[in-house]
Structure formats: C-alpha cells, structure tokens
Design a protein around this ligand. Sequence first.
Ligand code: NAD
Ligand code: DAU
Length: 352
Amino acid sequence: MSIIVTGGAGFIGSNFIIDWLDLNDQKLINLDKLTYAGNPQNLINLKNNPNYIFVKGDICDKKLIDQLFNTYKPQHIINFASETHVDKSIDSPADFIYTNIVGTFKLLESTRIYWNNLKSEEKENFRFLHVSTDEVYGSLDFAAPSFNETHPYKPNSPYSASKASSDHLVRTYHHTYSIPVLTTHCSNNYGPYQFPEKLIPLVIYNALAGKKFPLYGDGQQVRDWLYVGDHCDAIRQVLEKGKVGEVYNIGGCNQKTNLEVVEMICDILDMVKPRVNGDTYKSQITFVKDRFGHDRRYSIDTSKIKKELHWQPTETFETGIKKTIQWYIDNQEWVKKVTGDNYHHWINKHYK
Ligand code: NAD
Ligand code: DAU
C-alpha cells in the first residue's frame, strides 16, 4: 500500500518526502496545488525514483482525491497542505479559510468513504495524520507554563483560527466515524527549502543581499525553534507508534526572542561570510511596525511525545541554524528562483 502526502512541495513536506523515500520502499503520492509556496524543484532529485509520484491538484477537489484513493489505495494520508504565513492571513484571509478548513473537510470526506470500504485489517492499519501548529493554543505570558496537549484553544490570527477549525474537524471524524486520525502541533520550524517570507530565511536572504531586515515591534517575542528534520522524524514516530485519536505536541525546547535569533544569524554570517566593508550584519537590523495581534510567546511542553514515543530533537538551535545558513549560502540559485516578481510585490506591499 502507498502513502499520500498533501502539500509535499512546500517547506516541511519536501523535507519529509526526501527523508521518507530514503527510509522506506513504498509508493508516495505528493498532491500539491503549487501555490507560491510550493516548489517541485525541491524534489527534483527524486525524478528518477519509481516510488515518487507527483500530482498537481487541490485538496478541495474531492473528485481528484477520490480518484487518487481508488488508484493508489493509501495506507496513510499525511496532510501538510495549508496556507501558512500569518502576515498573509492578516492581509487576505480567504485562501486560509478555503484550503485549511474546506480542504481538510474534503480530504476527511474522501477518507471516510474510502476507509469504510477497506477490509478490517486495512481499516486498523490506516492512519490520517493531520499536521497542525502550536499557534492554535494562542499566546503565553513570559512566566506561563508551556502548552501541553490539553491547553485550551485560543487562536489569534485568521491562520491559527483556520488551523484550529481543521483540528476540530479531524477530531470529529474520529469521534463520530471512528476514522483512525492523529494530530500533531508543532512549534516554529527552520531549515532548508523554507520560503523567504518567514523570519529566518527572510533574514538570511536580506542579509546576503545587503538589505535591511525587519524586526516587528520590540523584537522580544519568543518562539520555540525546531529544526525541520527533527519535525519530520517526530511525524514518522507519531505515524508509527502514536495512539489513534491522540494529539502530540512537538517542539525544539529552544525558546529564543526574535532579536536573539537574528543576532545569532548575524554572528554566524560575520564568521562564514564576512561583509566586504568589514561591518557586522547587525547593522542591517531594523525595527518596524508590529504585526497586528502579534502573539507574544509560544512554548511547547514535549513531555508526552518524549515519554510515550521516545522522540526528542537531535539538533540544538546552534547546530541547526549553522546548517541552515550554510544551505542558503550554497543554494543561491534556489533562492533566486523563488524570489521572483510576486515575491517582491508582497515584500514591497507588506513592509512599506
Ligand atoms: P508551506 O507554506 O511551505 O507549504 C505549503 C504547501 O501546501 C505548498 O507546497 C502549497 O503549494 C501547498 N498547498 C497550499 N494550498 C493547497 C491546496 N489547496 N491543495 C494542495 N496543496 C496546497 O508550509 P510549511 O511551512 O511546509 O507547513 C506545512 C504544514 O505544517 C502546514 O500545515 C503548517 O500549518 C504546519 N506547520 C508549519 C510550521 C512552520 O514553522 N513552518 C510549524 C508547525 C506546523
Ligand atoms: O508556531 C508555528 C508557526 O510558525 C507555523 O504554524 C506557521 O505556519 C509559521 O509561519 C510560523 O508562524 P510565525 O508567525 O511564528 O512565523 P514567522 O516566521 O512569520 O515569524 C516568526 C516571528 O518573527 C514572529 O514573532 C514574527 C516575527 N517576524 C516575522 C517576520 C516575517 C518579524 O519580526 N519580522 C518579520 O519580517
């Protein structure tokens, strides 16, 4: 049986597919709409891999999903497909409602019909894994304990509200129809192939291009950073060993303020790619107007996944960020390709 991955041409999905096909000899179907965030070039090295099948399409297209289910008889569905940039959700929320809520609903509906027709052993082995986010829990004060899996939902942006809504649908399909679902809530990822609209790749891109890089507000917001390879490993563990119907929080145990993150990137760049005029990259840091409704702090309590599935991250922020910076330095062609006219249009509109 095969595995269907949605949104596999994006940042985390690409990393997941590369690792998965390295570790498994099983057909993998990547269903991706190829929005501005999806890039089939990320997976170009798989072009001769007979186990990799790419399908361009929308998770809202139920007819297409039904066809894929009937053709490939998947044992697992992993739903990464999503609109993901918080600032874009504040600017224009409609696509977030469409893909994140309606799309997840359509996938679940196709899954319900497909799963009901499976034989009993296949039914038992089937999993629908929904990749969600820690942002559904809302924002924490500095001294508040980290989010655990029973933390109440309090989403603050159209993005996080749409993810929260999709989580509720996924939960219902288990409770009402007994579909074997799993949900993960991960903290901020970083690593290769991340689109340079998000903080870390944006800062690296701007730094190398000699541009100012924008820090919102006072730069004291806290995120819990996780290297993408560790997130992909956690998803594999949840898929293999997670208890059906359960939710797992995934985090890096690397809480840092945005200013700390950006200064660390500058320090590393000062060493590995010193500026020609000898200035530090820190002189490019610029404080700009804050994001509307900006969440102050996210922090993940990973004790459940550590205790029950024996997962823990392997990268520290120091090791992961060095690898990431080197990847962007070595892959300037990739960066150039993804930063075309539409990208600059967004940057100009948003930051001016
Ligand atoms: P991304 O924006 O890099 O990629 C999203 C992918 O989904 C793209 O390839 C895009 O083309 C595809 N897509 C969008 N709409 C689609 C549709 N209607 N049908 C099919 N494909 C569609 O996202 P990412 O950062 O890789 O995030 C992947 C998942 O992980 C998302 O569900 C996100 O909410 C979750 N997540 C991300 C982070 C993070 O820090 N990036 C952290 C926690 C959870
Ligand atoms: O927590 C998980 C979430 O992390 C994912 O669910 C989202 O898909 C992902 O985009 C990310 O959301 P954030 O809003 O935390 O990530 P972003 O990289 O956009 O911003 C990280 C922090 O940096 C946040 O506090 C806002 C700040 N920031 C961001 C940008 C783009 C800046 O200060 N300046 C910027 O230009």
